[in-house]
Design a protein around this ligand. Structure first.
Ligand SMILES: C[S@@+](CC[C@H](N)C(=O)[O-])C[C@H]1O[C@@H](n2cnc3c(N)ncnc32)[C@H](O)[C@@H]1O
Length: 267
């Protein structure tokens, strides 16, 4: 069994061919960067400029306060904004099938926003503005059954039937997420989502890192065990046309074979 990744296989196969390089393009530093010490409202327009053509129809399923759109002229895109606060759950959307060029999804991203009672939600009491911006109170108990970090993943997965229904075959799915430590365990949400969505036919085409400018406050620190997160991600997925599937990662099956001993390399 040949376990070389497709890219590598191609490189090896091409190695014997004479190469002729053409120096096209211009030297510039004016490029879109992957990491930003900035706000969502500054990063999101750059992401859209790179990945979503002007004039496209974009459905933002968790519009919230519309922070992402603050620096985008309303004439640039046909924005279809929805949110539970506007009476529209992401699990049942009014859009026609295959009618959307890009979907934007920024659900409550940490387990503390999926508690069963309002009093136990993260950001209760004096931080209610945080809760107001990031969660929708405790209504998640209706749509999310699991607990702790699994509740976060369940929320991200629960939107997929609707995303697959409304998105055009080559459409973009833009996902905001943040890693978290849950029950003293490191949970790399962005990695989990990349694997999960790839499994569902979405190629992770790009990743932006947004770094907070202000320092996070820790109210009751006993002993620090993990670096405190001060960054989040925008992931840009491209829906794959099943006829032209980008086989950029056969790593999952490669690993499965390797560790199940099928190829004699295991152990
Ligand atoms: C992190 S905030 C989104 C912030 C938003 N991107 C902005 O720019 O202001 C999460 C949003 O998800 C919404 N939400 C939570 N559960 C939902 C659900 N089941 N369906 C639709 N929206 C939901 C919340 O009301 C909240 O506005």
């Amino acid at each position: 069994m040949d376990h070389r990744l497709p890219l590598l296989t191609k490189e090896l196969d091409d190695a014997s061919q004479p190469r002729r390089r053409k120096a096209n393009g211009v030297a510039t530093t004016n490029v879109t960067l992957s990491a930003h010490l900035n706000d969502n409202s500054e990063v999101f327009p750059q992401l859209l400029a790179l990945h979503v053509k002007k004039g496209s129809t974009v459905a933002d399923l968790t519009y919230g306060k519309g922070v992402f759109w603050r620096n985008i002229p309303s004439t640039d895109y046909k924005l279809l904004a929805s949110d539970l606060k506007m009476g529209q759950a992401w699990t049942s959307l009014p859009h026609d099938s295959s009618s959307i060029d890009a979907v934007v999804f920024d659900p409550p991203y940490m387990e503390g926003l999926y508690r069963k009672t309002k009093a136990s939600l993260a950001g209760s009491g004096s931080h209610s503005a945080f809760q107001d911006a990031y969660s929708d109170g405790c209504v998640q108990k209706e749509s999310v059954q699991r607990k702790y970090h699994d509740a976060v993943l369940e929320a991200y997965l629960s939107v997929m039937p609707e995303v697959r229904r409304i998105l055009r075959p080559d459409g973009k799915f833009i996902v905001k997420c943040q890693d978290e430590v849950s029950a003293n365990r490191q949970k790399l949400t962005h990695v989990e989502l990349i694997w999960a969505f790839e499994h569902l036919g979405f190629y992770c085409k790009d990743l932006f890192v947004v770094v907070r400018r202000n320092a996070p406050v820790i109210s009751r620190l006993l002993k620090q065990e993990h670096a405190r997160k001060n960054h989040s991600y925008f992931l840009v997925f491209q829906r794959q046309d099943h006829r032209r599937r980008i086989d950029y990662s056969n790593f999952a099956s490669w690993l499965r074979d390797h560790f199940s001993g099928n190829d004699g390399l295991a152990k």
